[in-house]
Design a protein around this ligand. Sequence first.
Ligand code: SF4
Length: 204
Amino acid sequence: MKAEQALEKLTNIPPNHLNIMGYIHRSEVNGPGRRAVVWLQGCLRECPSCFNPASWSFEENQILSVDELVKWVLHEPENEGITFSGGEPFWQATALAKVARQLKAHGLNVMSFSGFTLEELQKESAPTNSQALLDQLDILIDGPYVDSLAIHEPTSPVSSRNQRVYVFNPALADRITWASDQIEVHVFKDGSRLVTGYRSHQSE
Ligand code: SF4
């Protein structure tokens, strides 16, 4: 599917809603502590050896509202935050910024992966409202997965050497220690499976 056609699909998502690939209530391998993870549907990069190619399509998969996602996350009081993964979270930055704002008001922290670099996200050509989402983030892990730069170390918080960890919230500076040497297997409602955590590289 051409990029224009793919991105046109984004306009079919109702306001204040998200098109997600999957959601898990708790994970300990996708950021500091115990946290919810949502995988956004849609990515244009097609990185070789992508861990999660089922997330590339921009076709409608599971549509849920900002309020519904916030409610799901808050239903797990032991969670300290949420991680946005994908797919490419920033294609849905407008709604995700709203999710982040609401969860931060409840004291949770917010982390996101992105196939874009931080510099790309700060340009005018970035997906709509990227800066609004950046403004809400406590941690950003940026850059696409590059197979030739893969890091085969279970203690690394990134999958390939080009990726960078930005800790925007100093309170989390010493929390880049999640159990990346563990693997979690998640089964979504449609029966599809997603393995997340350290293998040869992380899913984004
Ligand atoms: S590795 Fe990440 S950025 Fe690359 S295609 Fe997969 S989801 Fe997209």
